[in-house]
Design a protein around this ligand. Structure first.
Ligand code: NAP
Ligand code: ZN
Ligand code: ZN
Length: 354
């Protein structure tokens, strides 16, 4: 087709297949589009869930990646926000209906008919599914393209586009500020950004982790305290301690364990695991303290830009390990073992040269 170009990418052909080189079509930039040369792409645990069809609904081939940083190659005639050469980002959203009450409030992530995800969503332009950032380039409507502060490292800022905004949005929604008592469950990609961002907002921050070896690093990231979640004594020591707990654990786990650590009116917001909880939630500790269990997904475009600007001002980026595209299958295995400090970021030069 003349309105597409062939683009190198990396993806999986089935639930059990490793990721491998393949080619995909990208649309020619329309009047409102920005064509982006991808420099770096972060590796989110959601990429792994999608490739392995953990949530159901994966369409193959699956090309993941929604922590994209690159330079603008070209822009369509009606684009006003960007020009060739700009450093830009694309997170988890590439489109939404733009007219529903959520979209009108800059909450595209809660678009009523459903947002278009950067990968594994129906592609409104080309048909088939959207393909993510494990690729040389991407074409995105300017409304869903973010400005990246030039003072930040282009590789290390990539995870802000998912891990960052997913934790920032609840921190802002639950009004975390100086003196707030915040806890984070799980020290991975999301968890380490949650610690940095909560700290930068002035909160007192505690980490719940299964991994005693992460204690010192968590403190270096800004945690005031680390509680080993398998240690009953340590858990008792934080009874009624927190206003907000952000739970980033990717797999089913006992959320009841953390409810007693909430103060009156406290909220535990689940951002990690998607699916039915086991064991079931006991309402008694919630009722006896007016406590809430909530969920939250990523953040809107305006809020993501707010976060990127905040990171620019406060010099906040992710802790990363740069990998080549060809190392992605090993990186997934390491992520499953929590063996990453704290986000893999793919240098897309490795794909372009291959
Ligand atoms: P990650 O880097 O793998 O980190 C997850 C952390 O959770 C691990 O480092 C580990 O920390 C802890 N953990 C892992 N397995 C566990 C288990 N079975 N039981 C208890 N703790 C466990 O993952 P991530 O990229 O941060 O993503 C976390 C989850 O958020 C994923 O499920 C991802 O799909 C989801 N996500 C949601 C959104 C959203 O919008 N809601 C956005 C992005 C990602 P410790 O070693 O410290 O215990
Ligand atoms: Zn993600
Ligand atoms: Zn909408």
């Amino acid at each position: 087709m003349s309105n597409t170009s062939t683009t190198k990418a990396f993806g999986a052909q089935s639930t059990t297949a490793p990721l491998e080189a393949l080619t995909i079509a990208r649309r020619t930039a329309t009047a409102h589009d920005v064509e982006i040369d991808i420099l770096f792409c972060g590796v989110c645990h959601s990429d792994l869930h999608t490739v392995r069809n953990d949530w159901g609904g994966t369409i193959y081939p699956a090309v993941p990646g929604h922590e994209i940083v690159g330079r603008v190659l070209s822009v369509g005639d009606h684009v006003t926000k960007f020009k060739a050469g700009d450093l830009v980002g694309v997170g988890c959203l590439v489109d939404s209906c733009r007219t529903c009450p959520s979209c009108q409030q800059d909450l595209e992530q809660y678009c009523v008919p459903g947002f278009t995800g950067t990968y594994n969503s129906p592609d409104k332009h080309l048909g088939g599914q959207t393909y993510g950032g494990y690729s040389e380039k991407v074409v995105v409507d300017e409304h869903f393209v973010l400005r990246i502060p030039e003072n930040l490292d282009a590789a290390a800022v990539a995870p802000v586009l998912c891990a960052g905004i997913t934790t920032w949005s609840p921190l802002r929604h639950w009004n975390v500020r100086k003196g707030s008592k915040v806890a984070v469950v799980g020290l991975g990609g999301l968890g380490h950004m949650a610690i940095k961002l909560a700290k930068a907002l002035g909160a007192e921050v505690t980490l719940f982790s299964r991994s005693p070896e992460k204690e010192k690093e968590a403190q270096e990231l800004g945690a005031d305290r680390v509680i080993i979640s398998t240690d009953a004594q340590q858990m008792k020591s934080v009874k009624a301690a927190f206003d907000l707990v952000i739970d980033t654990v990717p797999y089913v786990h006992d959320v009841n364990h953390y409810i007693p650590t909430l103060n009156i009116n406290g909220t535990i917001v689940l951002v990690g695991y998607l699916g039915p909880l086991e064991p079931m939630l006991n309402t008694v500790p919630m009722i006896m303290g007016r406590k809430s269990v909530a969920g939250s997904v990523i953040g809107g475009i305006a809020e993501t830009q707010e976060l990127l600007d905040f990171c620019g001002e406060h010099n906040i980026v992710s802790e990363i390990e740069i990998i080549a595209m060809q190392d992605i299958n090993t990186a997934y295995e390491r992520m499953l073992k929590s063996d990453v400090r704290y986000r893999f970021v793919i240098d897309m030069q490795s794909l372009k040269q291959h």
